[in-house]
Design a protein around this ligand. Sequence first.
Ligand code: FE2
Ligand code: FE2
Length: 472
Amino acid sequence: MSATDYLERIPNNVSLKDNRRLLRALEEWQPKFLEWWQDMGPHGYQAKDVYLRTAVSVDTQGWAQFGYLRMPEYRWGIFLAEPEPNRAIAFGDHTGQPAWQEVPGEYRGTLRRLIVTQGDTEPASVEQQRHLGQTCPSLYDLRNLFQVNVEEGRHLWAMVYLLDAYFGRDGREESEALLQRRSGDRDKPRILGAFNERTPDWLSFFMFSFFTDRDGKYQLASLAESGFDPLARTCRFMLTEEAHHMFVGETGVGRIVQRTCELMREHRTDDVSAHGGIDLPMIQKYINFHFSVSLDLFGSEISTNAANFYTLGLKGRFEETKKDDDHRLKDVTYPVADLDGERVAMREQPALVSLNERLRDDYVVDCARGVARWNQVIARAGIDVELTLPHRAFHRAIGCFGDVRVSPEGRVISQAEWDARRDDWLPTKADEAYVGSLMQPVTERGKFANWIAPPARGINGQPADFEYVRLA
Ligand SMILES: [Fe+2]
Ligand SMILES: [Fe+2]
């Protein structure tokens, strides 16, 4: 394992200085990245000191260093998790063979597409969130937003490193294209649907970080099993950063729920909008929206692509190496939700083509754990309401439920019923306008917007009223 070269212009633990060709490619890309960051990264605040965590090494003693810095000076580096000695491919047709240190020629195109698709989500989310700084509910939240943003920038670096280091000229072209697509752009949109949606307010941001970043966790976790070792190691390290993003989402929604409950009790009403809060049914609608669009990111229930990625040893299952089966899956089945006339039914399908659905199942279980923690907040306040995840068939655009209308309980319904009920289930223009009206910036130290509770604790042992962003 090579030491962390933190003094170089591009901090790294991949011995960049010994690879002149790669170093030159990345040094050429760096100013374009910075230009993109200035154009499409967080709007405003670029010249302010922010209390940020920077990855400086990957060892377990602590890879993160906290301190004030201006975002454009963040050290976007290239860090791969420690190599596992003699690592073998853990699944598919190549099970047991040594993990690849170079791209197998015949899988080049497939692997590149996987990396580009993942890589594209990283700058996309920065673009989606770029206006949120203007309406932050506190300095604490502002700092967390920027932490997420710089780390998504680093994830882009991680993917660009792989493209530049292992895919020659094609890789370099893809690296450029990653800076050229734009979230929500009609002519050159980001690759995946959820990454072209707007993130107009902080409720949406927290929901996105909880639901959509969690899709990222599951995609990264399955790529962390890849037989292509540099990809596996890159993703393993990215997962450590991703955990913080989901923490921001889960605690963000949890603090909104908490504040709503406080207002409900204080004013003895379910409708806290008169008191500047976000009521629980509205939070439920935002859950319904963000959960359903994030489910789509896993792709079709039945997918020969997913089967190929697995059989070729490129993308494994969540926690592949912890599973106790043959890791080839050729003769087994997996229960997959499907449409049976007018109802949703489970059907056994060949396990290999069902891998998207299996990953979606792992994801749903994880989401449900977070929702249960939000419900604990409500229960502790003595309020008899439960937030729920909508049925997986609800409001889907991709896969076998993409063409039918399904209620949040999982009942297949007519278009007419959908039209009549849609506004009970998903945020309306009026809901969005109301949430938008709450988004007044609060930047006084230690103060929090009225619609969200302060955090239980601050970042890195600092108090909640710490000066997380220096505005002076
Ligand atoms: Fe990311
Ligand atoms: Fe993330």
